[in-house]
Design a protein around this ligand. Sequence first.
Ligand code: GS8
Length: 217
Amino acid sequence: MAGVKIYGKPISTCTARVLLCLEEVGAEYQLVSINMPSGEHKGPAHLARNPFGQIPALEDGDLVLFESRAISKYVLRKYKESGTDLLKEGNLAESAMVEVWLEAESQQYNPAISPIVWQSLIVPKMYGGTPDQAIIDSSLEKLKKVLEVYEARLSKSKYLAGNFFSLADLSHFPFTRYLMITPYASVFESYPHVKAWWEDITSRPAFKKVSAGMLDS
Ligand code: GS8
């Protein structure tokens, strides 16, 4: 099969980020499933692709990449002739704003939201454990502060980097998609512009398609 190879799982947030990019640009790709319960991600074949023993990894001929945000940029650059321009690299100011909000996603949003999803969804569902409520509560407080900043931003522009949809918006999808099936989804209700932004980006066909491969409850 032609196209790039993605090693990962559709239910994994970081794999979903890359799949969204591939779907947005309409690229041909092959998803190679990694068996996490058997520890395949820690075996030599996968460590050669991702030395941290994590998913996802991308293979394109001799080129092997890890880190989902870097892979996402590679995919968007490789397929930029598709007409879908989620990096705005032809415009210095717009591309800088994409980078700013992509950093905000990885450095501010992700550290606040991921422990909530991990504790309230992954721990009970995948490991049969009990969520640590103290971690959830402190992360919720952090997330609210981040969402205040997002609310102010999204009351001035339709999307995070400006009045155009970009990788910065897309990158928020996987963890937010999972927050929405936890008991803490209602946190978005206090931020109307953030909520409208979320409804807008989840109506995109690529989001619906990738979402269908993720956990549902
Ligand atoms: C994080 C990858 C990651 O945490 C990226 O690609 O963006 N910064 C990296 N992968 C998780 C699955 S969640 O999508 C993973 O592989 N966990 C298994 C492990 O760490 O052993």
